[in-house]
Ligand binder design. Structure first.
Ligand code: FEH
Ligand code: ZN
Length: 366
């Protein structure tokens, strides 16, 4: 739009609870180990809705105006002069932007979980601008994963609009499922609550990493359940039509013999989905919450103790996990459900996401 100029288009929050403004902003200059990325695609996450709505302004205070968007892929535009040769990053390379930008030196960063950093600098969720823009300045080449062209016939060349969602929607459920992988296997079962962006990938990881576990998709929308079926779910259950979720699950997976599920990955995180999850867990079962819709993880005490439930929170994923996700996608074994929108239609896309009308991931193409 403003090619070869010092300007670029960015969709920015000026005031909470207002549509984003498409602004003409300054194209960042690159210094040291920074890298300027031309955004190929940036995924729309429910966290953006919370952020734009001002719901998180006390926990994630932003200096406005701010460009959101933390799920980003694109091409290297400019490389800072102290990026080492060994990084092998050059103009035109396709890159995924790892979003869990950390300080690099706190105990969480040093242990490899940079997304849990004590001093996070997440793009679009901190002082740094995010990906709803023609360009994004990435503070160090260490936050990029270069995606080389696949040269063998049985490998898959990921497109930027598929790569961007992998950095969050495709990464978050991967880490969540890795946390409880030891509970899965033949005769075991795992339910995925909420077949949105995260859930559409969670179903597939449950099949791939679940070592023959039965995979059940739970949602309120038929179209999303159809997607879950297409992406490999063994059973789908529309929870909007149920009297008794436990007996419905039991009849699906054990012909009414009382067996529930061993694991729930809750991609919604609403009070109601957490309550329902507890109703369907087997003894010793685990719930991993990745969705952020509700306010608390409330588990009935007696059931939690007598049935030995375990509850986990799981945040995003680390750099190595993103690498693994991308490697998996390169095999062509991962399906993507993507709905693309140009940058100037971002507010319409946000509205569709708010109303639950996006099946899979909405992706902005600047
Ligand atoms: C939420 C809050 C803070 C950082 C990242 C997120 C998620 O959107 C990551 O999935
Ligand atoms: Zn997110």
């Amino acid at each position: 739009m403003f090619e070869n100029t010092q300007f670029m288009s960015s969709a920015r929050i000026h005031n909470y609870q207002e549509p984003l403004a498409i602004d003409n902003t300054s194209k960042p200059k690159v210094y040291g180990e920074e890298i300027l990325v031309r955004v190929g695609a940036a995924g729309l996450c429910h966290s953006d809705l919370h952020l734009i709505n001002g719901e998180w302004k006390d926990v994630i205070p932003l200096k406005l105006p701010k460009t959101p968007g933390h799920e980003i892929a694109g091409w290297i535009e400019e490389v800072g002069d102290s990026v080492p040769e060994s990084a092998q990053m050059k103009e035109g390379d396709l890159v995924a932007v790892f979003g869990g930008w950390g300080c690099g030196i706190c105990i969480y960063c040093k242990s490899g979980d940079e997304q849990l950093c004590n001093f996070p600098r997440w793009p679009g969720l901190s002082d740094y601008d995010g990906g709803y823009s023609e360009y994004i300045m990435v503070p160090t080449y260490r936050f990029l994963i270069k995606v080389d062209k696949q040269l063998t016939t049985n490998s898959y060349n990921i497109r930027p609009e598929e790569l961007a969602p992998l950095t969050d929607a495709g990464l978050t459920p991967y880490r969540a499922i890795k946390k409880i992988r030891h509970l899965l296997g033949p005769g075991k079962s795992i339910a995925i609550f909420g077949i949105g962006g995260l859930g559409s990938y969670a179903i597939q990881y449950a099949k791939i990493l679940g070592q023959s576990s039965t995979v059940i998709a739970l949602d309120r929308t038929e179209e999303k359940l159809q997607l879950a079926e297409k992406f490999g779910a063994d059973h789908v259950v529309n929870v909007s039509k149920l009297q008794n979720i436990r007996s419905e699950i039991t009849s699906k997976i054990s012909e009414g013999k009382g067996t529930g599920v061993d694991v729930v990955i809750d991609c919604v995180g609403a009070d109601a989905t957490i309550e329902d999850s507890c109703k369907i867990l087997n003894k010793g079962g685990s719930i991993v919450v990745v969705g952020l819709f509700g306010s608390q993880i409330k588990i009935p005490l007696v059931r939690a103790v007598l049935q030995e439930y375990q509850a986990y929170g799981s945040l995003w994923g680390n750099y190595s996990e993103l690498r693994e996700v991308i490697e998996l996608a390169k095999t062509g074994k991962i399906n993507h459900s993507i709905q693309k929108f140009p940058l100037n239609e971002i507010n319409e896309a946000i509205q569709l996401l708010k109303n639950g009308k996006i099946v899979g991931r909405g992706v902005i193409i600047p």
